[in-house]
Design a binder for this molecule. Structure first.
Ligand SMILES: NC(=O)c1ccc[n+]([C@@H]2O[C@H](COP(=O)([O-])OP(=O)(O)OC[C@H]3O[C@@H](n4cnc5c(N)ncnc54)[C@H](OP(=O)(O)O)[C@@H]3O)[C@@H](O)[C@H]2O)c1
Length: 246
């Protein structure tokens, strides 16, 4: 129980990687604050965490694209648990499309959730972390934040931005005792691709065999980073699946 008495906020906890991160942090003894828009799923997860890991939990229905809701999330977490030790900026959308198909509303959505959502999380939590001279922020980027492939242009742009934000935070904040980890998953089996609307991209995915990671594989990387000694700052973790055909 390496995180006993610590409090972690996880955004995008209603499914996939965020849900797995909530489980693994709870297993290590952390109090878990669950944030996303689908509060019914968060409530169900909260009872699982309580039953399975004996975790203390708080559910705060949150849209990360709303600055006021991110501020309220952090305030409610502080009111309930006192301090916030870990923020996992995990919420994200991957609306892959070819530029020629002009899905401009989806480009905006990705900028709002993937970039502004991360910045609002940092804005909401940083003052208290600076004051307590302690805190760990995990930003979930992607392998698409390191490489670009056809149809990932805008998604990759948002994930390169997340990586730039993580690197800037490390340069600026490590002297204040704050830690930052940028986690870049490769393909993981979650709901992420179900929201893609570009039919050409859907066809491309359907014809490509994949051997994806499981959400717990990414959660394990997060646990590894946050359970290092306070003097150790794991800045970058890339987790790719092997290419082994199963
Ligand atoms: N799966 C992969 O292959 C993969 C690879 C690399 C990186 N990633 C990154 O991993 C992160 C998690 O994705 P996932 O794979 O676990 O996908 P997922 O199962 O679709 O989960 C996405 C999460 O983001 C939340 N979310 C979306 N828009 C939101 C908003 N406006 N406000 C609050 N929460 C919002 C969703 O919750 P609600 O809908 O309930 O709000 C959901 O909990 C994302 O940042 C994604 O880019 C995933």
């Amino acid at each position: 129980m390496k995180l006993h008495d610590q409090t972690a906020i996880v955004t995008g906890a209603s499914s996939g990687i965020g849900e797995a991160i909530a489980h693994e942090l709870a297993r290590e003894g952390a109090n878990i604050v669950l944030a996303a828009r689908r509060s019914d799923r968060l409530e169900a997860l909260a009872s699982q965490l309580e039953k399975k890991h004996g975790a203390k939990t708080l559910v705060v229905k949150t849209d990360v694209t709303r600055r006021d809701e991110m501020e309220r999330l952090v305030q409610e977490a502080k009111d309930e648990f006192g301090t916030i030790d870990i923020l996992v900026n995990n919420a994200g959308v991957m609306l892959l499309s070819f530029l020629k198909n002009d899905h401009v509303d989806e480009w905006e959505r990705m900028v709002d959730v993937n970039i502004k959502g991360v910045l609002y999380g940092i804005h909401a939590v940083l003052p208290s972390m600076m004051e307590q001279k302690h805190g760990h922020i995990i930003n979930v980027s992607s392998v698409a934040g390191h490489e670009i492939f056809p149809s990932s242009t805008v998604y990759s742009a948002t994930k390169y931005a997340v990586r730039a934000i993580s690197q800037g935070m490390e340069k600026e904040l490590s002297s204040s005792g704050l830690r930052v980890t940028n986690v870049s998953p490769g393909a993981v089996s979650t709901e992420l691709t179900q929201h893609i609307t570009d039919s050409e991209v859907k066809e491309m995915f359907a014809s490509r065999p994949m051997n994806p990671l499981q959400p717990t594989d990414i959660a394990n990387a997060v646990v590894y980073a946050v359970t290092q000694p306070e003097s150790v700052n794991i800045n970058e973790v890339i987790v790719r699946p092997t290419n082994k055909v199963m």
